[in-house]
Write a protein that binds this ligand. Structure first.
Ligand code: ATP
Ligand code: MG
Length: 756
């Protein structure tokens, strides 16, 4: 093979890294400067030119998707499969090691990997057996504690009493959990890494074997390694041994460190040169960006410049300025999603591919309005790194309540929620109900009602089951399904989410994950509200089609709740594109790391949403800087076009709340952006947009007597205020104004005589 194929597509600095003769190399460079390309070409160079066997190479990346991509690119360059090369994530590689050396790792041969939910269940059980009140001490907190210890490389025996903050029981739980997992052959995610590290420490012959096997270690996204991952690399590289021959190359960008909340430490980049000190160490900086247009790059540079304590990098591009960035100021999240979809349709009409498009957001709950709009318009999409909205556990729980309220025959819903949230109904009771139901050939609900009433259960179980039955009956009465005096759909869903205690259940602990679940439940209320207001065009079409088939059937009498459930089921099952289909990509900013797209939408740029409200409450500022790095990651995913959007009001828990634009938007120089905002007249329908001059902040579009959201007005009696909502047109136009001293009021435009 021609070496030029490896070397030619590289610039000088990249070439220096690829051909480096130093023992340890750190490539420190900004987004899109070709770090991942350097790793791929370096591997090809090693195999092709230095005759290194693929067997002796280990490459670590951050996600399975990235690992697959890396292998694909290497094989493409070399034009031959390299199966025996180790390419994977830290977790994947650790797993492979432990499978091969289960005895040395002191594991059962058929050990099982358990996910976070399984882990929580075990911890809960242990706490229960120990008699610890899980109301006072949410098991998730203990789970968090256990994982944090493991990520830091500490077994229960190494935990310092002072860290426990008077919660000694957590240490006992950790100990018992360790023992239980050991006995039953269960391994959680953090354990994979810890155990693989211990394998190095306690089994020198195993370590030696791999130190002899691997001559080259390569790590992508190095800024996001946590303590145990870094320690594992350090020991393997044998950098502390004078005779080591292993060569290590790590590539990373301090500005893209976004997993601090999960224990990743930026400091490893700084420590690398000191820690990997055997042989020569070289640092290479790449400064040319090959991904984005000039305007996109300038915006990214300007935003990240607001962070302190950076390692400092310059990024430039030969590419033209490209188009201006578009900032869309939406009325609300529906309007925002409609704008995004409109732009996507335009892109497709112009011959663009859907797979070149990404919609990125800060928290997974935000996918919902986008999914809604995409389904509505029949645009295929795929949600990455996280389940689609209606497939998420907490949403399924809430829907199961609604389903059971709507239909007592729904056994699946019954089973899902009989003990969710936990109400002391054990597996044995559920098995018992199931058994009797089977014998009597009736549904679980009816069986439970009978068993609870006829002493068919232990006294304790009967009380708990009766409580559950009462809850469902009450919820139904409250919801008004059984009476004339019915709540609207939004009120029903709100009530069910509240009264079922699902929010308390899912939001018990103080973790991002838990918070995301609560946010999702809130978002369900919003989804109901949107459905209440707009209905579901797909569902309407479906019902119509069905009515045509069964004319006599009185089918249009579906209750709003039943319609909403049908809508949810429909969205859960469809819309998501097949693997091979050309589709739009939806993902959180965290899972977009390392990827690139021609057209990118960053949505929900509002204070409290992005930056996330937790970061705003962190006065030390570390978290705000991590949010800013996340914003930098988001902006730098775009190659050609970038749209940033924020909504003036966003539905939060069924209520419209005013939202302020994200501070990150103000950090982008005005000269790089074109501001677009929705036109009032169009807010109910399509997403027309009028442009306005950014500096003057004034409409220059040709829309009529434009009252618009955000406009300052004054009223004879109520004084100064700002328009926060507008409805209707002509004689029926109403505006909602938030007055400085008189609260928020709806006013008829032609009666109120506002000074505009
Ligand atoms: P990130 O920080 O986002 O992970 P990165 O530094 O890893 O980015 P790459 O993904 O390797 O950057 O490269 C960004 C884009 O630039 C890719 O499309 C890549 O193919 C292209 N690229 C990199 N180097 C060159 C080059 N020398 N000539 C042409 N294109 C290049
Ligand atoms: Mg990369």
């Amino acid at each position: 093979m021609d070496i030029s194929q490896i070397i030619d597509p590289l610039n000088k600095a990249q070439r220096a890294a690829v051909c480096s003769e130093a023992q340890n190399t750190l490539v420190l460079a900004g987004a899109g400067s070709g770090k991942t390309r350097v790793l791929v070409h370096r591997i090809a160079w090693l195999v092709q030119v230095e005759n290194v066997s693929p067997y002796s190479i280990m490459a670590v990346t951050f996600t399975n998707k990235a690992a697959g991509e890396m292998r694909f690119r290497i094989e493409n360059l070399l034009k031959t499969p390299v199966r025996n090369m180790w390419v994977g994530t830290f977790h994947g590689l650790a797993h492979r090691l432990l499978r091969s050396h289960w005895q040395d790792a002191n594991l059962l041969e058929n050990f099982q990997i358990i996910d976070s939910d399984d882990q929580l269940r075990l911890i809960k059980r242990i706490m229960k057996e120990m008699g610890i009140d899980d109301k006072k001490h949410p098991p998730r907190e203990t789970q968090w504690f256990v994982n944090e210890c493991k990520d830091d490389g500490r077994r229960a025996a190494q935990v310092n009493q002072r860290e426990l903050h008077n919660r000694e029981f957590m240490l006992d739980v950790y100990q018992q959990y360790e023992a239980l997992c050991q006995r039953t052959g269960m391994v959680d995610f953090a354990e994979l890494l810890l155990r693989a590290h211990e394998l190095w420490l306690y089994k020198p012959h195993v370590l030696k074997h791999y130190q002899q096997r691997f001559s080259h270690l390569l790590v992508d996204e190095f800024q996001d390694t946590n303590t145990i991952q870094y320690a594992w690399l350090k020991v393997l590289s044998g950098n502390n041994l004078p005779e080591t021959q292993m060569t290590t190359m790590v590539v990373g960008d301090d500005d893209q460190s976004i997993y601090g909340w999960r224990g990743a430490k930026i400091e490893h980049i700084r420590e690398f040169s000191e820690d990997f000190k055997s042989g020569s160490t070289e640092t290479v900086r790449l400064e040319q960006n090959y991904r984005s247009t000039g305007n996109i790059l300038d915006a990214a540079n300007a935003v990240i410049a607001n962070n302190s304590d950076r390692m400092g990098k310059q990024l430039w591009t030969e590419d033209s300025e490209g188009e201006l960035l578009q900032i869309y100021r939406a009325f609300n999240e529906i309007d925002e999603a409609a704008y995004v979809c409109g732009q996507i349709e335009k892109w497709i009409e112009n011959g663009g591919k859907r797979s070149d498009i990404a919609i990125l957001y800060r928290s997974n709950a935000q996918s919902q309005p986008h999914e809604y709009e995409l389904v509505k318009r029949g645009v295929p999409y795929r949600v990455y790194g996280g389940l689609r909205f209606y497939d998420r556990a907490e949403i399924k729980d809430a829907l199961a309540y609604m389903r059971l309220i709507a239909n007592r025959e729904d056994d699946a819903a019954f089973e899902r929620i009989i003990n969710t949230p936990t109400r002391g109904i054990g597996q044995r009771t559920v098995d018992n109900i199931r058994q009797v139901a089977k014998e009597k050939q009736q549904n679980l609900w009816q069986t439970a009602v009978e068993l609870a009433a006829n002493q068919g259960l232990t006294a304790r179980a009967a009380t708990s089951v009766q409580k559950f039955i009462d809850l469902i009956e009450e919820l139904q009465i409250d919801a008004g399904e059984a009476t004339q005096d019915s709540l609207n759909l939004t009120e029903q869903v709100t009530h069910i989410v509240e009264a079922s205690m699902l929010k308390e259940h899912h939001g018990k602990e103080n973790s991002e994950r838990s918070q995301a679940r609560v946010e999702n439940l809130d978002e369900l209320v919003n989804a109901a509200k949107r459905f209440d207001e707009q209905g579901d065009p797909l569902l309407d079409a479906m019902l119509e089609a069905r009515d045509e088939v069964q004319e006599e059937d009185d089918t249009n009498n579906l209750s709003p709740m039943a319609e909403f459930l049908a809508h949810a089921a429909l969205e859960a099952g469809e819309g998501q594109a097949d693997e091979w289909q050309d589709c739009v990509q939806l993902m959180s900013l965290h899972s977009a790391k390392g990827l690139e797209f021609e057209l990118v939408f960053l949505s929900g740029l509002e204070q409290g949403l992005f930056p996330h409200k937790n970061a705003l409450q962190d006065y030390v500022g570390g978290r705000l800087e991590e949010e800013r790095r996340l914003c930098y990651v988001g902006i730098t995913r775009a190659r050609q076009q970038l749209h940033l959007s924020h909504a003036e009001s966003r539905t939060i828990y069924g209520r419209s709340e005013l939202a302020r634009p994200s501070q990150f938007l103000t950090e982008i120089p005005a000269s790089l952006v074109s501001q677009v905002r929705a036109v009032v007249e169009n807010r109910q329908g399509a997403y027309g947009a009028g442009r306005f001059n950014h500096n003057a902040s004034k409409f220059s579009s040709d829309e009529e007597d434009g009252v618009y959201i955000g406009q300052s007005v004054s009223h004879k009696k109520f004084g100064e205020g700002m328009v926060v909502d507008v409805e209707g047109s002509g004689a029926r136009a109403r505006v909602q104004v938030s007055f400085d001293t008189h609260g928020t009021r709806w006013l008829m435009l032609n009666v109120a005589k506002l000074d505009l």
